[in-house]
Design a protein around this ligand. Sequence first.
Ligand SMILES: Nc1ncnc2c1ncn2[C@@H]1O[C@H](COP(=O)(O)OP(=O)(O)OP(=O)(O)O)[C@@H](O)[C@H]1O
Ligand SMILES: [Mg+2]
Length: 483
Amino acid sequence: MKVATKFALAFVASGLLSVVVYSSVAASREVDQLETTVAEDLASLGRTLSTSILAVWERDGEARALELVAVHDRDDAIDVRWTWLDVDNNHSFSPRGGVSVIPSLLRGEQRTWVGVTSDGKRHVYAYVPLLRPGMRPAALEFSRPLIKESQVFWSEVREQLLMSTIVAAFAATVALVLTSWIVSRPLARVAEQARRIGKGELAYKLPVTGSDEVAALIEEQNAMCDALMAARTRAEEEASKRLTALEQLRHADRLRTVGTLSSGIAHELGTPLNVIAMRAKMIATGEVDATEAPENAKIIVSQTERVTKIVRQLLDFARRRTPKRAEADLGELAERTSQLLSALAKKSRVDVKVALEGRVKLRIDVTQIEQAITNLVINGIHAMPDGGQLLIKVREDDAAPERAPELIRRCAIVEVADTGTGISPENLERIFEPFFTTKGVGIGTGLGLSVTHGIVEDHGGWMTAESTVGVGTRFQLYLPVEA
Ligand SMILES: Nc1ncnc2c1ncn2[C@@H]1O[C@H](COP(=O)(O)OP(=O)(O)OP(=O)(O)O)[C@@H](O)[C@H]1O
Ligand SMILES: [Mg+2]
């Protein structure tokens, strides 16, 4: 129901209620007044009549006086009766007001009295004494029925209601028009603006007219739009700055990883380059005959392909790319990463193994996840300076992050476990902080794990780390399959 209608209804209801209350009060007052007036009228009639009747009674006797009373009793509205004051209640000439009125009448006083007859009708009685020395005490009784109080009440209510309904209808119409004009229409515009704000249309502003509460509301809502717009711009700027910084961080991290890898790669490239150089020299100096030349050339070609492959992997790794998700086999990715790092592992006498529990396929940014796994594997290798075991496991399972155990989802899980030095509990709390490192200058910058963490979060996942000093460390990356 609209505000204006509510106002109008409340207005009409309170108006009608006050009419009923007022009418009932007015009606009861009117009834009282009516009774008093009727009683006074009867008494005055009685006084006039009693003088002539008393004269007739004295002059012509009782019978003539009673006849005269009967003549006056012909009036329908007013009953006139002769009563004796020396009889008891049951006598046919006793006052209907009861014998209780007799003492005052005997003293010569007039009496009025309101009584209810056996049929429930109210009557006003007036008594005028007829007293003459030596004559039997008598009184004239005048009575007149009263209109029922309820009749007066309802006629009063009807009259008032009619008037008030006309006034209320007029007032309600005026109230309806005014509230709709002053409140409802401007509020509908405010509601429209609120709806648009909800949809993100912050540029939609309402003109402020007047200085009432609605105008104040519009002003506040306009100011809120401005504040929201400013906050949105700030948030967008922050987000874009954060994205740029993150991208730069990842790129820097990749370049550093390339640096770390280069020594291993130099070794990796050295072997095939030596073979190529040696075989080419043998062909050039004629050390091999024409029949052996094709065989040597084949060796040169295969070694060249090996070099090209290593260089391409390195370039792929270092090249910066915008994150792009594509369907990928996580097992294959783990294998590829371990191959890329095999030279580094060999150098530290670390035995890298990949264990796959079924095929795990999902949509990921291959380059980023490769970077994440590489960071974990390099950390593992660094933690085993005297050699050890490094196991990369890939599987799929239902899992939920520790901070929201009810959020169980299907996840691809990459686990990287080593048998290295382990991490102390104090350090374990800090390893995901950017620039936290325990490695010497030039060896570690403390960005690897924070970058890995960021990549996993960008994929809608989370990561965990468990470690025992002297036993080893285990990292797990959880990547929701339906992210
Ligand atoms: N597998 C692990 N075993 C033991 N300690 C580890 C392992 N992984 C990480 N850490 C500890 O966590 C720290 C932070 O690792 P993170 O990869 O973020 O940086 P970093 O390896 O020191 O440097 P960067 O990766 O930037 O070259 C490391 O310095 C090391 O102390
Ligand atoms: Mg690292």
